[in-house]
Design a binder for this molecule. Structure first.
Ligand SMILES: [Zn+2]
Length: 723
């Protein structure tokens, strides 16, 4: 029996100290343990390494594979045991710390199989830039496909595997959802390796959460294989919460000593193997993916806690689902087959989402549930499924029934069924010529720009209700300048942010999704300052389609996970104020340090807005979506606004919480266009960076900054396609 400990990510000297002390106590109370494996990152960078080694005192052999931060000479000396007597001890790794080495013949430092204390241990490290893994993957395949291979003892991976959520019980899904684990972001490299290695235990880090999946089966043909228990470990901390458990203990008889019957044992709660083969992955680096050919898209599973898609049925009679991520090549027959009980499908021209009406609520519900548990896969892509809105909206009497001035021509139409099309609306208002309808697909509202003030007045003051798809529409004047006219073919040429535009700065692009992308802004306030923008030209978040908004939220969460491990906190803002130029939505994310939060982020915000005499509303409930606030605020619906979310210290505590504020723009008021940057610059105590022109770099330096962001974000990028 080998007594093993496995530990999650370690961030900074305090965590190391915490771990070493815990180990010492454990050895006394439950030991002695034979070996410790470190599943994630040990150091952030070389400075962190130098600080951490001062406190590292390991009393048992400890193995790691993530070399981040370890100075190369030290790594080299330790690995090759260069004449220890003439080299000072600081030039070695701390006592008892060893690098896991691949024992197959393929040279690879990121993936390998090792034999430690009689245990067969696999490791997969994709937190660093990936090398070419073809050789090692071939070799692993050769070893693991031999009849005498019966699985290994432990696999350690820095990332969660892609598709690990498939087939898990609802309670586990709920747990992941509650803890904001975005399961769509796992690594295909990890799932590919684990699928071959068939370990008894698979440990992963990176999500800062303790989670133990129900075991899954590895039964392929007649091969003898153990079930796999996947366990995610939290980062080391002094938290006593169960979800923050970072150490796991095992007493293992090496698999080589077990009988076939022992290996084959299956607990009652064993699920199917979760790794569903996804076709069409690509080896192109992420920032270069400009072609939106379906074969390059591998965007994964589903979204959680999003307010783009509706995850609660609007009523217990609802029978229409909004389904996204549909391969464009999928025919109606293929789709009907994948969606049991479907009655009719409405495709939207050129879009990858559809509305599906089911025979009854039960059938729609069954498909929705299937999508959240096992996932529904069509031609290699996992569909994202939400409920189409078909009932009342919470629009109330706050709406503006008087025009803001005598030439207002834009009306807001609420309470639309989400499956109502542009054509349906056009038909309803066919009496009006030159009507411009702005209809974000999947949302329950539209903006209508009439040809004249008279036309708009006639509609808003009509005594007859307007009814569409069985719903009575809410009609009111929209406040603020209207959105741009429909995108003309020449428009893309003069918008800096349209991905298809020739003037787009490609060296600033960090990641490209299907509907939105991440880029560095020109003149960033801090090094990791990025913006999320839609691929198509829309002026602000109110105009994003439901599915684009879901993707935006998914990106936002991925960036937050990346920042989280670096102890950075995002200031998020969007300026939706019309300018003379083409307006293309940009949501800025400016990471700031704990010290900056502590130094008074909230005070810096207050001081900045008071300079301009702007009044803000605080959005009190974290549940309330910014879009709803802007549209339902008294005096609205507003089309122009500025939104900001700021990390601040919780009163009297050390915790960081987020406070959200919105400024609603009246047409004749003045707004400081660089307000967002100025707030961030004041928070970090460098007011001069509030003017982007002071921060502009040359192309080469910008490209370096982008590269640095991509390197950090890569492992978290939900759009990343693994080699
Ligand atoms: Zn644009």
């Amino acid at each position: 029996m080998v007594k093993v400990l496995i530990c999650g990510d370690i961030i900074g000297p305090t965590s190391w100290k915490c771990l070493c002390e815990r180990l010492a106590t454990l050895q006394e109370s439950h030991g002695p343990f034979d070996v410790l494996f470190l599943v994630g990152k040990l150091f952030q960078d070389e400075n962190d390494y130098l600080e951490c080694v001062k406190v590292i005192q390991l009393t048992l052999p400890t193995y790691f594979y993530d070399r981040t931060g370890i100075p190369l000479d030290i790594l080299y000396n330790s690995m090759h045991q260069i004449v220890p007597e003439i080299i000072e001890p600081t030039k070695y790794l701390p006592k008892n710390l060893f690098l896991l080495k691949n024992s197959t013949t393929a040279p690879n430092i990121n993936i390998g199989i090792s034999n430690i204390h009689g245990l067969v241990v696999g490791f997969i490290n994709n937190s660093t830039k990936m090398n070419d893994n073809t050789k090692i993957m071939d070799e692993i395949k050769e070893i693991t496909s031999k009849p005498m291979y019966k699985g290994c003892d432990i696999v350690l991976s820095s990332e969660w595997p892609y598709e690990i959520h498939q087939f898990i019980p609802i309670t586990e899904l709920d747990f992941l959802k509650e803890n904001h684990v975005s399961i769509s972001r796992g690594s295909t490299l990890v799932s590919d390796c684990v699928e071959m290695l068939r370990p008894r235990y698979h440990f992963a880090g990176h999500c800062d959460i303790y989670y133990q999946r129900s075991p899954y089966s590895n039964n392929i043909d007649d091969m003898i294989s153990p079930v796999t228990r996947f366990i995610s470990l939290a980062s080391v901390s002094d938290s006593k919460e169960k979800s923050k458990k970072y150490l796991h203990a095992l007493a293992l008889e090496p698999i080589s000593n077990l009988s076939n019957d022992d290996i084959k044992q299956k607990p009652d709660n064993t699920t199917e193997n979760p790794y569903v083969k996804v076709t069409g992955s690509s080896v192109q680096p992420v920032a270069k993916r400009f072609k939106f050919d379906d074969s390059h898209v591998n965007t994964g599973a589903m979204f959680y806690g999003s307010n783009g898609l509706t995850h609660n049925a609007p009523s217990d009679t609802s029978k229409i689902l909004f389904i996204g991520n549909v391969p464009r090549s999928a025919t109606e027959n293929v789709l009907l087959k994948a969606l049991p009980g479907a009655k009719s499908i409405r495709k939207v021209d050129g879009k990858s989402y559809i509305f599906v009406e089911f025979n009854d609520h039960q059938a729609a519900r069954a498909v929705y549930l299937e999508s959240t548990t096992v996932g529904i896969i069509v031609e290699g892509r996992t569909l994202s499924v939400g409920w189409a809105k078909d009932k009342e909206s919470n629009m109330n009497n706050n709406l503006q029934l008087q025009p803001t001035d005598s030439d207002s021509k834009t009306l807001f139409i609420g309470n639309l069924c989400s499956q109502v099309s542009l054509d349906d609306i056009r038909k309803l208002f066919h009496a009006y010529t030159n009507l411009n309808i702005i209809r974000p697909e999947g949302r329950d509202y539209s903006f209508l720009e009439f040809n004249s003030h008279t036309d708009a007045t006639e509609v808003v003051s009509s005594t007859q209700p307007y009814i569409l798809g069985g719903n009575q529409l809410i009609i009111a004047w929209a406040k603020g300048k209207p959105a741009d006219r429909v995108v003309s073919s020449t428009h893309q040429q003069d918008c800096w942010f349209c991905l298809a535009s020739p003037s787009i700065k490609t060296h600033l692009i960090c990641s490209v999704g299907e509907y939105v992308y991440i880029a560095m802004p020109k003149g960033s306030v801090t090094d990791l300052h990025v913006l999320i923008a839609p691929i198509e030209c829309v002026p602000n978040r109110l105009h994003l389609t439901a599915i684009a908004k879901d993707e935006l939220i998914r990106y936002e969460k991925a960036i937050n996970s990346m920042l989280n491990t670096r102890r950075l906190y995002p200031v998020v803002f969007e300026r939706a104020i019309r300018t003379k130029c083409k307006d293309h939505m940009q949501q800025h994310i400016v990471p700031i340090s704990y010290e900056d939060v502590k130094a008074g982020s909230f005070q810096a915000f207050l001081k900045t807005i008071s300079n301009y005499k702007l009044s803000f509303h605080e959005i009190s409930s974290a549940e309330q979506d910014i879009d709803t606030v802007v549209l339902t605020m008294p005096g609205g619906p507003y089309q122009e606004f500025f939104y900001i979310s700021i990390p601040v210290l919780d009163d009297g505590k050390k915790d960081v919480v987020y406070r959200r504020f919105v400024y609603l723009h009246e047409e004749k008021s003045r707004f400081q266009m660089s307000l967002g940057n100025e707030i961030c610059a004041n928070i970090i105590g460098q007011p001069e960076r509030g003017n982007w022109k002071n921060c502009v770099l040359d192309d080469e330096s910008e490209a370096k900054l982008t590269e640095a962001f991509i390197n950090k974000f890569g492992p978290y990028d939900p759009m990343r396609v693994e080699a």
